[in-house]
Design a protein. Structure first.
Length: 299
């Protein structure tokens, strides 16, 4: 049974987009995934996203994705919302992933904008509707034109919000003006998908975060969110500014790479990366250590 949710916060407020731990030989590390999930929930997450970009979803098999959902739900499903990535650039495949996720016990779906194909807005509308129609699970759209090549237009978001199971949006568009209009007109639960903009997006109506830096600073993210909700703008801003080196350091290169490197430095489950992603160089690792130390992260 998933934790209690509301229409305002259908997936919780602080969610980490979790890495997928692998063993030394590159196999799925389900025990490590369960330990990492438990650590993240203990640190303040009331939701986790698995099988997303940070979970190396392009290089995990459909069977591995289902196994990961089952393992994480078993570990923390009574304490946190477990949302799984089900989006691809193939609508039929996405529908299959959505149905498999429901069978595996996921509490919700994350559906990314179809990448590479660059469909028109009508194609996006039909794609997301097909995913939402495929199961009884609530759906979070994922708008990230920097990766997908195509933004979800505001009018499309408003139309998609009419679907009873499309309840949220993960915003990695980096446009506060468009976000403001879409939040006001769609009434979707809005989640920041860009850590540097976590606090600014709260100011225009976001309800929470889907974070990469949450692997390391979930307590601080929770404190910033609670300060904002309490009207303590100065405290929220102070925390945001303290975390700036972390936001910067974690995205000097691809976020999966730095997240796994940082977790390894802390002795937490992570493991190797699957190609085409590669480990940090020694020089990059030292820079990451400096960035994290400047943000108060203990390694």
């Amino acid at each position: 049974m998933a934790p209690t949710s509301t229409s305002q916060t259908p997936f919780g407020r602080v969610l980490t987009a979790m890495v997928t731990p692998f063993t030394a030989d590159g196999a799925l590390d389900l025990d490590g995934a369960q330990r990492l999930a438990a650590h993240l929930v203990d640190a303040g997450n009331d939701g986790l996203v698995v099988n997303g970009t940070t979970g190396e979803s392009p290089t995990t098999s459909d069977a591995e994705k289902a196994q990961l959902v089952r393992a994480v739900v078993e570990a923390v499903g009574d304490r946190a919302h477990v949302v799984t990535g089900a989006g691809t650039n193939d609508t039929r495949h996405s529908v299959e992933l959505a149905r498999a996720a429901e069978q595996a016990g996921a509490h919700g779906l994350l559906a990314v904008t179809p990448y590479y194909s660059k469909p028109p807005q009508e194609g996006l509308l039909r794609h997301f509707t097909a995913i939402a129609d495929a199961t009884d699970l609530p759906v979070m759209l994922y708008d990230i034109p920097g990766r997908s090549g195509v933004p979800i237009g505001t009018e499309t978001i408003v139309r998609l919000a009419e679907h009873p199971r499309i309840v949220a949006n993960k915003d990695a568009k980096g446009d506060l003006g468009r976000a403001s209009w879409a939040i006001a007109r769609s009434r979707l639960a809005w989640y920041s998908g860009d850590d540097m903009l976590n606090l600014p997006l709260l100011s225009v109506g976001a309800v929470g975060f889907v974070s990469v830096v949450g692997h390391l600073v979930s307590p601080e993210l929770r404190a910033m969110l609670e300060a904002h909700l309490a009207g303590d703008v100065a405290k929220a801003t102070e925390i945001h500014q303290k975390l700036l080196p972390v936001f910067t350091g974690m995205f000097r290169t691809q976020g999966v790479i730095t997240a796994k490197a940082a977790l390894a430095l802390q002795g937490r489950p992570a493991g190797p990366l699957r190609l085409p992603l590669v480990e940090l160089t020694a020089e990059e690792t030292e820079q990451l250590k400096r960035d994290l130390a400047a943000g108060g992260v203990q390694l």
